[in-house]
Design a binder for this molecule. Sequence first.
Ligand code: ADP
Ligand code: MG
Length: 386
Amino acid sequence: MAGVVIEAIRKSFGATQVLKGVSLDIADREFMTLVGPSGCGKSTLLRIIAGLEQQDEGDISIGGTSAGHKRAADRDLAMVFQSYALYPHLSARDNIALPLTMRRLNAWQRLPLLGRLLPGTSTARATIAGEVTRVAEILQISHLLERKPAQLSGGQRQRVALGRAMVRHPAAFLMDEPLSNLDAKLREHMRTEIAQLHQQLAATFIYVTHDQAEAMTMSDRIAVMMDGEILQVAGPDVIYADPVDLRVAEFIGSPKINVVPAEIDGDGILRVGAARFDIATALPPGSQLRLAFRPEAAELDASTPATLSGRVVIRENLGSDLLVHVRLDAAADPVIVRLPARQLGVRENDRIGLHVPVDRILLFASDGRRLHARPQPAQARELAYG
Ligand SMILES: Nc1ncnc2c1ncn2[C@@H]1O[C@H](COP(=O)(O)OP(=O)(O)O)[C@@H](O)[C@H]1O
Ligand SMILES: [Mg+2]
């Protein structure tokens, strides 16, 4: 097992720069997820780590040694794809065993009949069979080993593909959207299984997905990628609560974070329409910024000067809570707030007031950079770029 260090990787396809100097330090045994919208360069980066694609600049090191110019086969990494890439004519058992038969038996020994007569074949075959049995038990597919891929469900095929990666005991597992072909329910189930597998194997996992929920539930740390760059690397909690960039804030979380236009008025007070927020800022009057808050950060309360008022346009009862879409007087697009189910009395077309506690508010400059502002007494107003 080993950590993986990605150093200043650049890659262009023709005139298009797909990776713009990506660096990332993945610890031994870490579950690192690369998450970002489709086309941002995730698969290209993973393929470069695997050695399936050559970078233009930069290096990859695995377990402390430079591997950036090694062949894929010499990098000791196992890749699991969305498409499973199983051999249709082989049983699950033979698909799983394949990397070991290729590595431990020579071409003569692999012959079905003659091979058995050659020295060393039976010992090697027994070792391989033992390894396949062990892996199948971990993945709970022991009863499926004689089936061909066509006789397996999507989730079972993905487990076989995982098994084929596991028998190699690689330095790290690379997974490119391995759950995308599964239906929603199975995907959620497999998420948990992959997280458990990671704990059980105590191995380094580099996992690629465009699905922020997958990233949030499985990872030790998440690297959020956009347009060929990593914007932030941190644990799921930090990525959610403390995003450094508006693009990160908007990509992570469902329903999406609410973003409304705000400005610093002539008295230096942060305002959203008529609502006045007690947030320290040293920005000059007239500055335009973006005020953001998560759906669960707002409370029903019209009693403070910081009340955002608006009209309920949609009310969705989820049982456990309510999702209420509110068209604020001060913003064009409706915001979505998550209210406790006991507030069932909220109806469509009601006028309501929303209060967002100052410590739940995130501020961003108009270019998307996070502004670190704190609730502070009016005398000590101060705001720093983070
Ligand atoms: N072999 C290739 N030739 C040309 N363009 C490519 C190639 N592979 C990927 N791209 C382009 O690089 C960009 C990033 O692709 P990819 O890494 O697959 O993104 P992601 O996995 O995040 O969806 C896309 O615009 C894609 O069209
Ligand atoms: Mg991809």
